[in-house]
Design a protein around this ligand. Structure first.
Ligand code: XMP
Length: 318
């Protein structure tokens, strides 16, 4: 539309004016819509002087690294990919407290980001996909979600690195970012992507995060996403995902007794994540999810559906 076109022209021009000819901008990419749109806008303004950094923290979903890398390649962004899975998993060893997990993941991310920025050199700006609701939340007393859980895990980044900020989306709401993304010609897949937390699967594995447990959750989660997409529910719901519980339960298989993991399915409707209601998914879809997860994911013998609303439950289990 005309308004979106002129918005894009205006911010691209502003970025071009702001960043000097010798200066570089870095941007942390997650594969989500906010960071991707931010990167594309800055790239339009200054081209190769934008360096995007994509950190694989080992806590991403099945196939996610490949799909983010493909997307970035198709957008022609100047990208540094860092596989830091081992470092994150090493630091998460033995950690079960949710806030501790967030802190470790946030700190490790900042550390890696700083290392990469040093290698790039001459970096003066950090581009971030901050939206209007984030701005409000951080200038006011902080919204409940921010105080209860430390969501803005990398908020300390610009100050520590003494970087100036470029936040082209700070006047926008999510639906406007979607319109911009459409105008920029980004794939549908990005435009309608459900939110995914920074600490990734670590906060969906209750208890310790290990390679084995990550593998179980990844497989179960991939089935949830596949079936939710196939049945047309993906865009209708706010988030839909699997959670690995820290308990085992008894089951039977043939003549044998099993003692294995439990997967919880979480699917919610929401407009801003401040409140949420569990989605009334059809029973036949739930049945398919349960059958497939139990049959296809080794080590799982039970699936439950979370029927709690927020508040008092949160969307994530940690
Ligand atoms: P809760 O669980 O608080 O989640 O109802 C509200 C929304 O925030 C996401 N979430 C996070 N996002 N880092 C993030 O970047 C976090 O630590 C984090 N914890 C929750 C959650 O997925 C939901 O969309």
């Amino acid at each position: 539309t005309w308004t979106m076109k002129s918005f894009i022209e205006r911010v691209v021009e502003e970025i071009r004016q702001k960043v000097g000819p010798e200066e570089k901008v870095i941007c942390a990419l997650s594969g989500g819509i906010d960071s991707t749109v931010t990167a594309v806008l800055v790239h339009r303004a200054i081209g190769e002087r934008l360096v995007c950094i994509f950190v694989n923290n080992g806590l991403l979903r099945k196939g996610e690294v490949e799909s983010v890398l493909n997307l970035m390649a198709s957008l022609g962004l100047n990208l540094r990919y860092v596989d830091a899975s081992e470092r994150f998993l090493e630091r998460l060893k033995g950690v079960t407290d949710p806030e501790k997990k967030r802190q470790i993941i946030g700190h490790t991310f900042i550390e890696i980001f700083e290392e990469e920025a040093k290698k790039v050199g001459d970096v003066t700006y950090l581009a971030q996909g901050t939206l209007y609701p984030d701005v409000i939340e951080s200038v006011s007393f902080k919204g409940p979600s921010a105080t209860i859980k430390t969501h803005h895990n990398v908020g300390a980044l610009p100050e520590r690195m003494k970087l100036k900020l470029i936040e082209p989306l700070r006047e926008l709401f999510k639906d406007e970012v979607r319109e911009i993304a459409r105008e920029l010609g980004l794939p549908e897949d990005i435009i309608y992507r459900q939110p995914f937390p920074g600490p990734g699967l670590a906060i969906r594995i209750l208890g310790e995060v290990t390679k084995d447990r990550l593998e179980i959750l990844r497989e179960a989660d991939a089935i949830v996403l596949e079936e939710i997409k196939k049945s047309g529910w993906y865009r209708k719901v706010w988030q839909s995902f699997a959670v690995l519980l820290p308990i085992r339960t008894v089951g039977v298989m043939g003549d044998y007794r099993t003692y294995e993991h439990v997967i919880a399915i979480r699917c919610v409707d929401s407009v801003d994540a401040m409140t949420a209601d569990w989605t009334r998914l059809p029973y036949d879809l739930l049945a398919r999810l349960s059958n497939r997860i139990i049959n296809e994911v080794r080590g799982v013998n039970r699936v439950v559906y979370d029927i709690s609303s927020k508040p008092p439950a949160t969307i994530e289990w940690e």
